[in-house]
Design a protein around this ligand. Sequence first.
Ligand code: NCD
Length: 322
Amino acid sequence: MTEGRAPQAREIDDAGRLRHLLDLRDLRREHLLALFERARGFRVGEHGVASRDSLAGRTVATLFFEDSTRTRSAFELAARRLGATVLNLDVGRSSTKKGETLRDTLLTLEAMDVQLFVVRHGDSGAAACVAESLHSGAAVLNAGDGWHAHPTQALLDTYTLWERGFDFTQGAVTIVGDLLHSRVARSLLRALRILGCPRIHLVAPPTLLPPMPEDPAIHCGSDLDAVLPDSDVVVALRLQNERMRGPLLPGAGEYFSRYGLTPARLAQARPGAWVMHPGPINRGVEIASEVADGPRSLILDQVRSGVLVRMAVMETILESCP
Ligand code: NCD
């Protein structure tokens, strides 16, 4: 897929430490596995999350230029669970509305000794731009930039599978939905390849299928039923109507009849196949309620993993931050 990333800030420094998390470009398998181990260490029983004080005295600022409920809450919870002070900037209503540039907002926050910026922005490459504008050595965590990347989502998705013992080097993963506008798909694709996934089926209506990288592991098409028999995991994505300029599909009903994940469709997948979705889910559009709430669904596990994985990322980054 094409990626619209601006000038590069490095995610891993010369000493091999995680400095920023932007798009997983610089991460290797051992980095992902170390984050997964650390995330699992925060688990308490089936559903609990540990509380630590490893980030006591540290300040994390969330800068969300796009609306978000679950991602922002997961970051905030994760930072608080580690004892950090969290500053939630209502960027829509703040000084940027009074004419202050993002650059000046960042300088002000750096002067207040913020060490980690969690950034969500509608423009592809925005998180990297923030990382390149900072003077203080603060770190940047991309919480989703335009159509480009959503690295913590990809980490939590792959962590959820890893925790269940999924063998990334053997299993086949299908990602179906609005691939054109999906930063989730781009990052998940990268994470799966880093982990050695040998077969990834990317399925979308022809109008929502972007150009793909040349990679023998990646198969693209528009026929979901054809690839389900070779799917150990099926990841459904939301139709991102807010990003579509003009009608790209006949309608939600037509979409559901061809691409909706129904019990009958899921029955065609490999025995024991898992179902995933990054949320927010649109029942009856990309997924049927029986599947979303069914025994093969990992959707709520993904939400739980989101806090654990973000704790792991923040702790790892701030360990190497002055
Ligand atoms: C995704 C996003 O915002 O990119 N959601 C999320 O982070 N949980 C996917 C989406 O909006 O469809």
